[in-house]
Structure formats: structure tokens, C-alpha cells
Design a protein around this ligand. Structure first.
Ligand SMILES: [Zn+2]
Length: 594
């Protein structure tokens, strides 16, 4: 019994130990899972806060979700090299499932490696995002007063060609900052043939931001400036075509529905008709090649040299040869039209230009506007943009595009100049000024003028309209002030940089001088040392020579005590010998002579 009890006790002890071990195991597992959960949650919270700090609450959920997917897609892209066009749009859910498949097929080790990679990328992108946020916050602080509230509800979609620096999605933020309802951008380098693919994470962020802020059908990218589809040189045209397709594929990838480009130039080596045919041929090829190809808009040009597009007739020729008419159109640049010879500074001229467009292209093809004043005179063919109301156009065409129903619903973007530090402030004022003109009246007598400013007697009638014009002109005045400030700041910056350069040069010169003088000192010391050495050497030689002379003299004295010592005293042994020889010879010659 006791034995049994002892045995039972032993079993109990064993059971207790097992239970304790199990409990300990469970506790450690629980702690481990808790740690995992909390770290994952911390990461999630960090990301949320990053996004919240970016001031895009509406993009928050989408960005996290898509950011995750994008990383997975990126991993997939590594295994299968693909062109930007190959990365097709696909629903987020589909991506998640395909990601899951790719992870499970790769095994746990591959999944762990992927997770590690993903984490690394996420932390990298977070750091980049934080830096961007700081920059944006600084920008916002600088231009806070200038940032306009976005005009909501207008059917006229005005914006500007803005920067996408730091990531293509930043273009949306920049558009919002200036109060724009549309925007233009470059989707690839504007002056380079080579281009880097847009990262999937940026593509997703851009698409989410565009959808969230209602910019769909209001984005009008501008093509690369190097593209010349009219070039008669086949190799050069092929290169241009590749660049053109790259632009289009990027638009498709970003979900952009239209794209604007400069038609090209004959470069003086083919006829205008041949040039137009080449452009149309390239457009047809691109329509077939690019999946979800955006509508391709040909921009009217100022028409200098051999440039194609100075008239609607030329652009009409291209469009007539395009097969898929639903994927082609035109973009009206106000500055270019004026410089090309269309006097749109008054109603009759503007009407005539539109009639020509209708007749040669068709009004339904007009799908975008570039809002620019012109520094160049009417028909000057100079492509020099100016700020709204500051150039040769006056305010009529700007009032017109904000009050003519045919311009509703299409992206209308500013390509007006401004200094780097005041760019957004300039555009925000121009955007607001244009909205101020919308819904105002324009008197017939004002329409006929082509002066730069609108005089007081030409004020539109009605309090509200008048207020709109006053505000618009005030904003235009502010634009000029800002530009002066911007130019001054740029000049000061230039001077500072010049002064710094001069200072750096002076420092470098002074340093070089010190180096040279110290090396000169070294040289002097060396010379002194050499001199000293020479002196010593000469002394030694002199002493040696003296001793030698004394020795020779002694030997001579011993050999010929009767001989004259005068010459030998000052000459060397050789010289003495020579003297002796000469004496001998003298004696001989004297003997002969005698
Ligand atoms: Zn333009």
C-alpha cells in the first residue's frame, strides 16, 4: 500500500512535471504569438500613421492594401522580366490570390525570404515616404497662403502641368495644392530616349489618388519632346515611335484615358503630306500595339520652321488617315494658335478658329486645352508662353474657355511660366482667376479689343460679374508680383552661389599658394644645404690641392734645387711640367735659331 502510494505519488509528480512543462510551453507559445501580433500591429500602426501624416486619409486603406500587393507583384516581376505594358491592371483581390499561390508554390523557405524582402522594401518605402512628407509639409508651409481651395462642382476642369518629382503619385498632391481640377504631367523623361519603369507601388498610389480625388478623365500627360513621328529618316522615326509607345504604355498602365503630343516636323526633308501620313501610320500601329491605348491628342503648334500642326488643316490630314477615330483627337494650345496666326484675342477671331477646327477636324475631336498667353505676336510662330493676361492675348480667350459650353468636361491645363520657388503660388492664382471669369459676362465692345488689360469702362455689367473680373485681375497682379519676388530670390540665390564659388576658388588659391611657398621653402633649404656641401667640398679640394702643391714643390726642390721656383709656386704639378716642357722647347728652338 505504501509502495503503491509511493508509486502513485511518483506518477503524480511525473504528471505534475509534464503538466508544468506543457503549461510553460503554452505560455511561451502564447508570449511568442503575442510578440508577433504586437510587432505586426506596430508595423500596421506605423504605416497607418505614415499615410495619415501624408494628408491622404482617403487613400489610406487603398494605399496600404495596394502597397502590399505591389510588393508581391514586384517580387513576381523579378522572376519574369516584363515591360511596363506587361504589368496589366488587375483587381486587388485577384492579385492577393495570385500572391498567395505564388507564395504557397514557393515553399515556406521561399515565402520567408519573400516576407523578408517585402519587409525590407516596405521599411525603405516608408523611409522614403517620410522624407517626401517632410518635403511636402515644408512646401505646404511655404506656399500655405497661396494654396487655393479647389473649386468643386464646376464643369470647367482647370489645372496645370505640374511636377511628379518624388513619385508619380505626387502629381495628384501637387494638383490639389494649386486647387486644380485637372492636371498634366510627363510620364517619362521629357528629353531622354531612355526611361526607367514606374514602380508598381507608385502606379497603384497614383491610381488610387486619381480615383479618390476625382481626376479620372482630367489627366492630360504630355509626350516626350524628342518624339518626331514625321521624320522621313526611318531609323530616327523608329526610335521616336518606340518612345511614343513607351509614353502610351505608361498612360495605359496608369489608367489615363488621353495623351497629348507634338505631331512632329518634316525636318525639311519630306512634304507636309508625307509627314502627316507618317504620323497617322505611327498612330495606327500604336493603336494596335498598345493595350488600353489612351486617346491620342495632336497638339496644334506655333508652326516655326518645318513643324507640323500650325493649322487645323494639317492636323485634319493626320486624323483623316487614322483608322480608329475613337482613339484620336486634338488639343488646343491658345498660345500656339495665336502665334500660328489665329487671332483668338477677340470673339470673331476665336469663332473663326473654332469654325476652321470644326471644318477640318471636327469639334468632337477637341479633347483638351493648353491655357497659355503668348509672348510672341500674332502670326510670329514663336512658341513663347506667358502668364494668363500678361501676354499678347488679353483676357478674352481665357474668359471664353471658361464660359463656352464646348470646353466643359475636358482637361484644361496651364503651361505658364514661373520661377521655381513660386511656381505653385503662381498656378494657384491663375487657376482661381480662371474660375473667377467663369459665369461672368463679357461685353461685345470688349471682345473687339486686343489690348493687354481690360479698362474700367469695359467692366462687365452686374455686381457679381464685376466682382469676378476684379478678383481675376487682382490675382493676375499677384502673379506678376510673385514672379518678381521669385526672380529676385533666384537672382539672390545665383549671387550667393556665385559668391560661394568665388570664396571657394579664393580659398583653393590661398591653399595652393601656401603649398607652393612651403615647397619653395623646402627648395631654399635644399639649395642652402647644397651650397654648404659645395663649400665644404671646395675647401677639401683646396686643402688637397695645397697639400699636393706643397708636395710637388718639395719634390722639385729635391730634384732641382737650382731651378727657378716662380712658376711652380702658382701652378699645379701638370702646369709645372708644361712650364718645364716649354722651357725645354724654348731652349731647343733657341738652339735651332741660333
Ligand atoms: Zn502646349
Amino acid at each position: 500500500m505504501r509502495g503503491k502510494k509511493r508509486g502513485a505519488k511518483k506518477v503524480d509528480e511525473v504528471n505534475d512535471t509534464q503538466q508544468q512543462q506543457q503549461q510553460q510551453q503554452q505560455q511561451s507559445q502564447h508570449r511568442a504569438s503575442k510578440r508577433l501580433k504586437s510587432s505586426a500591429k506596430a508595423e500596421e500602426v506605423k504605416m497607418e500613421s505614415d499615410i495619415a501624416a501624408a494628408g491622404m486619409p482617403s487613400i489610406r486603406s487603398g494605399r496600404v492594401k495596394n502597397g502590399h500587393n505591389a510588393v508581391q507583384d514586384d517580387d513576381a516581376a523579378e522572376s519574369s522580366p516584363a515591360s511596363p505594358a506587361a504589368a496589366e491592371e488587375e483587381p486587388c483581390e485577384a492579385k492577393v490570390s495570385s500572391d498567395a499561390q505564388s507564395q504557397s508554390s514557393g515553399g515556406p523557405a521561399a515565402a520567408a525570404a519573400d516576407a523578408k524582402k517585402k519587409k525590407k522594401r516596405e521599411s525603405k518605402s516608408c523611409a522614403g515616404a517620410q522624407q517626401q512628407q517632410q518635403q511636402q509639409q515644408q512646401q505646404q508651409q511655404r506656399g500655405q497662403q497661396a494654396d487655393a481651395a479647389r473649386v468643386q462642382g464646376s464643369k470647367y476642369h482647370v489645372g496645370a502641368h505640374i511636377s511628379m518629382a518624388g513619385g508619380i503619385e505626387n502629381s495628384v498632391k501637387n494638383a490639389l495644392n494649386i486647387g486644380g481640377n485637372a492636371f498634366a504631367l510627363f510620364v517619362r523623361p521629357k528629353m531622354a530616349w531612355a526611361s526607367k519603369a514606374i514602380a508598381e507601388v507608385n502606379v497603384q498610389a497614383f491610381k488610387c489618388a486619381v480615383a479618390q480625388h476625382d481626376y479620372a478623365a482630367r489627366v492630360l500627360p504630355h509626350g516626350c519632346y524628342l518624339t518626331n513621328l514625321a521624320n522621313p529618316d526611318e531609323e530616327k522615326r523608329r526610335k521616336s515611335y518606340e518612345c511614343f509607345v513607351d509614353d502610351l504604355q505608361r498612360c495605359a498602365l496608369l489608367g489615363i484615358d488621353r495623351f497629348n503630343f507634338h505631331p512632329g516636323s518634316t525636318v525639311g526633308e519630306c512634304s507636309m503630306e508625307e509627314g502627316c501620313a507618317s504620323i497617322a501610320q505611327c498612330i495606327n500601329r500604336a493603336h494596335e500595339q498598345v493595350k488600353d491605348c489612351p486617346r491620342i491628342l495632336l497638339e496644334n503648334m506655333a508652326g516655326s520652321g518645318n513643324v507640323i500642326g500650325k493649322s487645323w488643316t494639317e492636323l485634319g490630314q493626320v486624323i483623316a488617315l487614322v483608322v480608329d477615330k475613337s482613339k484620336v483627337g486634338v488639343c488646343l494650345d491658345l498660345c500656339h494658335a495665336f502665334a500660328a496666326g489665329y487671332d483668338i484675342s477677340h470673339a470673331a477671331g476665336f469663332d473663326a478658329m473654332l469654325e476652321e477646327l470644326d471644318a477640318n477636324v471636327g469639334k468632337e475631336y477637341l479633347q483638351g486645352i493648353h491655357i497659355n498667353d503668348s509672348k510672341g505676336a500674332l502670326g510670329s510662330h514663336k512658341d513663347r508662353h506667358d502668364n494668363v493676361g500678361a501676354g499678347m492675348l488679353g483676357l478674352y480667350p481665357f474668359w471664353r474657355i471658361m464660359n463656352d459650353l464646348r470646353f466643359q468636361g475636358m482637361p484644361m491645363v496651364l503651361e505658364t511660366p514661373g520661377e521655381e520657388g513660386v511656381m505653385h503660388q503662381v498656378w494657384s492664382r491663375e487657376v482661381e482667376a480662371l474660375y473667377c471669369l467663369s459665369g461672368t459676362l463679357y461685353e461685345d465692345d470688349v471682345r473687339s479689343r486686343s489690348n493687354k488689360t481690360i479698362k474700367a469702362e469695359h467692366e462687365p455689367k452686374g455686381q457679381q460679374a464685376s466682382g469676378g473680373w476684379q478678383r481675376a485681375r487682382e490675382l493676375m497682379r499677384q502673379v506678376q508680383e510673385l514672379r518678381l519676388q521669385g526672380a529676385k530670390a533666384e537672382e539672390e540665390k545665383k549671387q550667393r552661389s556665385q559668391a560661394n564659388k568665388t570664396l571657394a576658388k579664393a580659398k583653393a588659391r590661398a591653399k595652393a599658394k601656401v603649398d607652393v611657398s612651403s615647397s619653395e621653402e623646402d627648395v631654399d633649404v635644399e639649395k642652402e644645404e647644397e651650397k654648404e656641401e659645395d663649400k665644404k667640398r671646395r675647401n677639401v679640394e683646396l686643402i688637397g690641392a695645397k697639400k699636393k702643391r706643397a708636395k710637388t714643390a718639395a719634390s722639385q726642390r729635391r730634384a732641382a734645387p737650382f731651378a727657378q721656383q716662380t712658376a711652380a709656386e702658382v701652378s699645379t704639378a701638370g702646369e709645372s711640367a708644361l712650364v718645364e716642357n716649354e722651357r725645354g722647347a724654348g731652349r731647343k728652338s733657341r738652339g735651332r735659331a741660333l
